[in-house]
Write a protein that binds this ligand. Structure first.
Ligand code: PMP
Length: 344
């Protein structure tokens, strides 16, 4: 059992220092040692707590942000939750511009955390004044002293991981890490962590997980933006239809792509085999590791760290719902649904 009985002043003191957990069963027959960096142990249940706290505290250090000021972002996902949580403790107003595609659950969650939520039409171009990008930009211009987090184009996103996730992994593996596997969305996690690790040991291999339907892998290989790569996919939080400046592509050795279906099944398998109830992109990262193992990427000396970005509770109506899995056509003879509850 964990022995840390420290008492904390507030919830923000619990951000970071997430555990590294050995994967014992899902890696059966794999070469090497595999460890999950489980970011669901952050108080906001995701890796985005780190960037929310870091970017806001940087603005405080620079004197840009004073108590009562406003923080703005365009997200209904993990980053929105983390910014709202940090804002409550530090006494800021939090404004989130979200797409009308966002589920009611997500909007309710953000409202509960004290955020003011602007729901913007989903199907308008990014330069339309009603789009969430433009609404956020306009509010940022109008509200004096406001800070726009802009996670896809903010280099502080990377710095947050350079200063926390990277050093933690180095210390937790006692410098033995040989591979880092992480999803790439904004790219902050993978490139910031990689930058720290490569400074310590340039031989550490950095592997990014991308989705089919996203441009990142192709861009990494060709440095060209190929619109043909883009089509809708279901995994939320990884891959992108634009090139984020918060990604340092030079830090990444290679990308691999995973399918929506495989990532969903591997997420469910993590719960069944390791007792880890983690999000859709954690399933994607683990699926990537399976593919790398099949390609012969690892040997017996490999020490592989896989970042699991968030908690499974945010996906109850997605990959952890048998109905949703069925609707996507993800159940087949190879993959069965979970056992049905027994009515007494
Ligand atoms: N997984 C989830 C669930 C996320 O919300 C994100 C952030 N978009 C990522 C993975 C990717 O992390 P990053 O943005 O740091 O690349």
């Amino acid at each position: 059992m964990k022995e840390d009985l420290q008492v904390y002043d507030n919830v923000l003191q619990l951000i970071g220092n997430t555990p590294l957990i050995h994967l014992n069963k899902i890696t059966n027959g794999f070469k090497g040692n595999f460890f999950a960096k489980v970011e669901a142990f952050n108080p906001g249940h995701s890796t985005k707590d780190r960037i929310a706290l870091y970017i806001i505290e940087e603005a405080e250090r620079k004197g840009i942000l004073k108590p009562g000021d406003t923080i703005i972002e365009t997200t209904s996902g993990n980053t929105g939750f983390s910014i709202a949580m940090v804002s409550i403790i530090k006494g800021y107003e939090c404004i989130l511009a979200v797409s009308s595609k966002s589920s009611k659950d997500k909007i309710d969650m953000l409202k509960t955390m004290g955020a003011k939520v602007y729901v913007c039409p989903a199907n308008v171009p990014a330069d339309d004044p009603r789009s969430y990008y433009q609404v956020a930009r306009r509010l940022h211009q109008e509200i004096k002293g406001s800070v726009y987090i802009n996670q896809y184009f903010n280099e502080l996103n990377m710095d947050a991981h350079f200063n926390s996730t990277g050093p933690e992994i180095w210390k937790q593996t006692e410098g033995k890490i040989t591979h880092l596997v992480a999803c790439s969305g904004t790219g902050g996690t993978i490139s910031g962590t990689a930058r720290f690790l490569k400074e310590k040991n340039p031989d550490i291999k950095i592997i990014g997980i991308d989705a089919f339907g996203s441009v990142l892998k192709k861009y990494h290989e060709t440095r060209e933006f190929d619109e043909e790569e883009i089509y809708p996919y279901r995994i939320e939080g990884l891959g992108k239809n634009l090139i984020p400046t918060a990604t340092d592509f030079d830090m990444i050795d290679k990308f691999i792509k995973v399918t929506d279906e495989d990532a969903a099944h591997t997420g469910r398998e993590l719960a069944r085999t390791e007792g880890l109830f983690v999000g859709y992109t954690s399933g994607a990262a683990m699926q990537g590791v399976k593919q790398l193992q099949a390609e012969g990427e690892f040997d017996k000396n490999s020490e592989v760290v896989i970042v699991f970005p968030d908690h499974g509770s945010r996906y109850m109506s997605k990959i952890y719902s048998d109905d949703w899995m069925n609707e996507q056509g993800f159940f087949d003879t190879q993959h069965e649904s979970t056992s049905q509850p027994i009515e007494v």
